[in-house]
Write a protein that binds this ligand. Structure first.
Ligand SMILES: Nc1ncnc2c1ncn2[C@@H]1O[C@H](COP(=O)(O)OP(=O)(O)OP(=O)(O)O)[C@@H](O)[C@H]1O
Ligand SMILES: [Mg+2]
Length: 172
């Protein structure tokens, strides 16, 4: 019990350190499809274990975007992890990437979880706000921070059929 709690505190501290330290950023031109595929491959064991299928529709010929690859991986992992955790009895996560008319790429994650009730949705992204027994409540806050650093936007929409997370990222 004490060990588990210590580990939990350590996780929280590590995440906070990452957030509070001035991070050495590493912005480069990167292909978002490659980044997404790294992440989905990484989560393969998790999704298999939970009977979750990931489907995708990714536009071909997407331009590279100027980004910090590791930070974007973190964003995609946090959102996908939330979807996996929301889908107890399995289902499908659908990922779409397209180029918008503005010079932005749109990444959408759609899950088939129970959705987010309004009172939870209102508080999402608040540090330490979690409804999970073992959650730290830092996931979405970190995503918000990283997306802001990239001059992008995020938007979460949820209903009884599931949750849709949209991330817009500028190309340059
Ligand atoms: N896809 C989703 N489906 C249902 N609920 C969600 C989804 N994404 C987020 N939530 C809700 O939002 C809360 C906050 O999410 P967030 O990722 O910030 O923290 P967490 O998942 O609880 O903990 P952590 O990510 O630090 O492990 C979650 O506890 C959950 O209630
Ligand atoms: Mg989370």
């Amino acid at each position: 019990m004490i060990n588990t709690e210590m580990e939990r505190i350590e996780t929280i501290l590590n995440e906070l350190l990452v957030l509070s330290k001035p991070q050495k950023t590493n912005y480069k031109q990167k292909n978002i499809t490659t980044i997404l595929h790294h992440v989905t491959t990484l989560l393969k064991t998790q999704t298999n274990l939970h009977n979750i299928e990931i489907t995708e529709r990714i536009d071909s010929n997407l331009p590279p975007i100027y980004c910090d690859e590791n930070q974007l991986k973190q964003v995609f992992i946090n959102f996908l992890k939330n979807s996996i955790e929301a889908m107890d009895s399995g289902g499908r996560i659908h990922i779409e990437v397209s180029k918008m008319e503005t010079s932005m790429l749109l990444v959408r994650f759609k899950d088939e979880g129970p959705g987010i009730p309004d009172h939870v949705l209102k508080r999402i992204g608040e540090p330490f706000f979690t409804t999970k027994e073992n959650g730290t409540g830092l996931g979405i806050m970190i995503c918000k921070q990283i997306i802001e650093n990239h001059r992008g936007n995020m938007h979460i929409e949820s209903g009884p059929l599931g949750t849709i997370v949209e991330v817009e990222l500028p190309i340059f």
